[in-house]
Design a protein around this ligand. Structure first.
Ligand SMILES: [Zn+2]
Length: 146
C-alpha cells in the first residue's frame, strides 16, 4: 500500500479539495512507488498549479500544489491530478534519459535536445492524462488497494 502524506496545508478546505481529487486516483499509481508526499506551496510566484518530483531510488513522489490549482474548475482539477499521476508512469524512463542519455551531449545541441525532450515528455504525459480522464476510475474493478 502506498503511503500518502499531506504537509503545509494551513487551510483544511484546500486540503479537502486536493484529497477529493487525488484519493480516487491512488490505485493508478505504479508499484515502484512506496510513498507520495503532497505539499501545499503557497508562495504564489509560480504560474503553475501543480508539479511532481520523483525520487526513484527512494520510491517516493513529491507533489507540490500551488495557489493556481484552486482557481481551476473541477474537471480541470481532475485532469491536472491525472497529469501528475501520469508522470509517475513516464518518470522512470524520462529520469533515466535526463540523467544518462542527455549528459552525453554538450553545448547548444544539448540544450536543444533537452528542450525538445521535455516538450515531448509533457505532451506524452498530458495525452495519457486526457485519455485517462475519459474514464470513471472509481468504477474500474481490481484488487489494488489505495
Ligand atoms: Zn507535466
Amino acid at each position: 500500500m502506498i503511503q500518502v502524506s499531506y504537509n503545509f496545508f494551513d487551510n483544511p478546505a484546500l486540503l479537502e479539495i486536493v484529497k477529493t481529487h487525488l484519493t480516487p486516483l491512488l490505485p493508478l499509481l505504479p508499484s515502484w512507488l512506496d510513498s507520495v508526499c503532497v505539499e501545499s506551496f503557497m508562495s504564489g510566484d509560480d504560474q503553475q498549479a501543480m508539479d511532481i518530483t520523483l525520487s526513484i531510488p527512494y520510491r517516493r513522489a513529491s507533489i507540490r500544489v500551488y495557489p493556481d490549482f484552486f482557481d481551476a474548475s473541477p474537471s480541470m482539477l481532475h485532469e491536472m491530478v491525472l497529469h501528475e499521476v501520469a508522470h509517475t508512469w513516464t518518470g522512470p524512463v524520462t529520469e533515466w534519459v535526463r540523467s544518462r542519455l542527455l549528459e552525453r551531449f554538450s553545448g547548444d545541441h544539448k540544450e536543444t535536445l533537452r528542450d525538445e525532450f521535455e516538450e515531448r515528455v509533457e505532451a506524452m504525459t498530458q495525452s495519457l492524462a486526457v485519455t485517462l480522464a475519459q474514464f470513471d476510475i472509481s468504477t474500474i474493478e481490481g484488487s489494488a488497494e489505495a
